[in-house]
Design a protein around this ligand. Structure first.
Ligand code: IMP
Ligand code: MG
Length: 347
């Protein structure tokens, strides 16, 4: 059977946009034959709720929670020890880990990569210290080691075949992309949908692109676009507290800022996002402060969430021609508490 079509969920900000929640809900719909990761490694962290139980993963795609073959693609990087820890964690929780497959071409993160990351980059760039940049660096120097060379992984190797409906699960986000982000404060992989084609399908097969973003911005790690002074802002600190803005992978406190609407518009247009899913609306509602950053870095304040939603919808519909849907999500468990979006699934 051929691939019928590919849908992609990608982050439109700096990671942590609730992609895990979104992909998990789509996977649950039963509509997909494969769920695939195309980039990054265990620097990512996905939180998903399955039957109201919270799970955290770093590398293995969310398909595993719903008995769907879950692929780690050739442009991903794999820390073998952490991979097996994750497999064990999933197995102990009753999931069928024989569905996990790794491309033999995925590069292996070695202890040396992690040491070098800690020594050279962790302080300077605020990396997750998982050896990501040194590993990709060896890949591009063409001196790296690949999954196919490791006997331990042979059971998990992927035959490079996909068929039916494929959902690709992004890691990190648009502004962490090696090409588009605030270099060098980026990650080392391609976080945009074109990167998903590394899994071995034509870009012509891409159907929907689900863009994930939060209603406020956060940044974990160092970035000159997110100065330390943001930590002095009481309103933003309150949002960080209520929104529990701590890294899943590093447990670092994330910097919080108001949603930068111009950056969001650019990310939507370059990724080709067709459906925009804006999460954590409930957090701003709880804090009861409604602001965003508009053109020329002017902060706009709204009286209530409805006003803010209307403003966002209006500007995005005007500036982003590919957008068919804008969904505001107010639940960590699923896309929306009140309505059943997308294939009528609720958790
Ligand atoms: P690295 O990917 O560990 O090299 O980190 C490079 C930058 O990307 C740092 O600023 C990290 O905080 C950020 N980063 C990497 N992965 C994630 C993620 O999954 N969520 C949020 N930030 C991330
Ligand atoms: Mg994350």
């Amino acid at each position: 059977m051929d691939i019928s079509h590919v849908d992609i969920c990608c982050g439109l900000a700096w990671g942590d946009e609730a992609k895990g929640k979104i992909v998990s809900q789509f996977a649950k719909s039963g509509k997909y034959n494969f769920i695939c990761r195309w980039g990054g490694g265990n620097n990512a962290g996905h939180t998903v709720y399955v039957n109201s139980i919270k799970y955290k993963t770093h590398l293995i795609p969310c398909g595993i929670f719903y008995d769907i073959p879950s692929i780690i693609g050739p442009d991903c990087v794999v820390n073998i020890k952490s991979f097996f820890e994750e497999v064990e964690y999933l197995k102990q929780n009753g999931f069928n880990t024989s569905l996990i497959k790794i491309s033999s071409k995925a590069h292996i993160v070695t202890d040396k990569h992690i040491e070098d990351d800690i020594k050279e980059l962790k302080q300077k760039q605020g990396t997750t210290a998982k050896g990501i940049a040194p590993c990709y660096s060896d890949k591009y120097k063409r001196v790296g080691k690949r999954a196919g060379e490791y006997a331990d992984l042979s059971y998990f190797l992927w035959d490079e075949k996909l068929h039916g409906a494929v959902l690709c699960e992004g890691a990190q986000g648009f502004w962490l992309d090696i090409n588009y982000g605030n270099y060098p404060y980026v990650t080392s992989s391609t976080t945009l949908p074109y990167g998903a084609c590394s899994l071995g399908f034509s870009p012509k097969l891409i159907n929907e692109i689900y863009g994930a973003v939060k209603i406020y911005d956060t940044r974990s790690g160092i970035d000159t676009d997110f100065p330390e002074s943001l930590f002095d802002d009481e309103e933003l600190n309150k949002i960080g507290e209520v929104g529990k803005e701590f890294g899943v992978t590093t447990n670092r406190r994330r910097k919080v800022n108001w949603l930068n609407i111009c950056k969001l518009i650019k990310a939507i247009n370059v990724t080709g996002t067709t459906s925009l899913i804006i999460s954590k609306v409930d957090v701003l509602e709880q804090v009861n402060i409604f602001k965003l950053i508009d053109a020329d870095n002017v902060i706009i304040k709204f009286d209530n969430m409805n006003q803010m939603k209307f403003y966002i919808e209006t500007i995005i519909k005007k500036e982003c021609k590919n957008i068919k849907d804008i969904i505001f999500s107010d639940s960590p468990y699923q896309i929306n508490d009140k309505k059943e979006y997308f294939f009528n699934t609720t958790i």
